[in-house]
Design a protein around this ligand. Structure first.
Ligand SMILES: [Mn+2]
Length: 233
């Protein structure tokens, strides 16, 4: 499982090397936001196509998919949020990504030795029940606002921040029907568990720190090359 890559595939390369990732047996799950802001967004498509790479849709993938028509508001929003790289790549690549986006799931559920875990890009709808969420998605009965929550919300993250500041008044909330839910989208200094929601976006694009979790062991792996490691040659 890997946090928001945001075009920093050089960090992702380092991660795969660090953990001795073996594509013939290992699988990697991304919490979304593989593109924008970093230097190599165009490499995302290669990984999207790999059979060992799974990702849930993030709000940045959504902005790409919604920007096919350059005159729409979504396109303006995308440009303000790091979508400029799209001017430097063939249109066919963007079309292919937009097409693939339609097949990206909102959620992924995985069996682990610790219990079933869920993955969603940003946050859970207010009912906080994984089973209900999956049922609603399968039956296409989910509300538009809940879909937006999955990709964009920072409500649980705000609650976490408030709990740091004000303590007990902002209690941890637990997502029912699942051992743990992994989310990206909201940057934390280090991966942190709030209730049973784990925030794993450590801000690859702004501080060069990419976090991964080994779902078999629940170990945390952090890739953050220091400048002096390059300078010491
Ligand atoms: Mn995001």
């Amino acid at each position: 499982m890997v946090g928001d890559i945001h075009g920093h595939f050089e960090l992702f390369d380092l991660l795969l090397k660090d953990i001795e990732f073996d594509p013939t047996v290992d699988r990697m799950i991304s919490v979304g936001d593989t593109i924008d802001r970093g230097p190599e967004s165009e490499r995302a498509l290669y990984f999207w196509k790999q059979s060992w790479f799974y990702l849930v849709r993030g709000n940045h993938e959504a902005m790409l998919a919604g920007s096919a028509d350059l005159l729409t508001g979504m396109s303006n929003l995308w440009m303000k949020n790091g979508g400029e790289w799209s001017f430097d790549v063939p249109e066919s690549m963007l079309d292919e990504m937009a097409e693939m986006y339609d097949y990206l799931p909102y959620t992924i559920s995985i069996e682990t030795p610790h219990g079933n875990v869920g993955v969603v890009h940003a946050d859970l709808p207010t009912h906080g029940n994984w089973t209900k969420l999956i049922k609603d998605l399968q039956k296409h009965k989910i509300k538009e606002k809940d879909l937006k929550t999955l990709l964009w919300s920072r409500d649980t993250y705000r609650k976490y921040r408030m709990s740091l500041e004000y303590g007990g008044a902002f209690k941890e909330s637990f997502v029912e029907g699942i051992h743990k839910v992994y989310v990206g989208h909201s940057i934390v200094r280090n991966p942190v568990l709030f209730g049973n929601t784990m925030f794993i976006d450590t801000g690859a694009y702004c501080n060069g720190k990419l976090t991964a979790i080994d779902l078999m062991t629940e170990d945390v792996i952090i890739v953050q090359p220091k400048c002096n490691e390059y300078e010491s040659f």
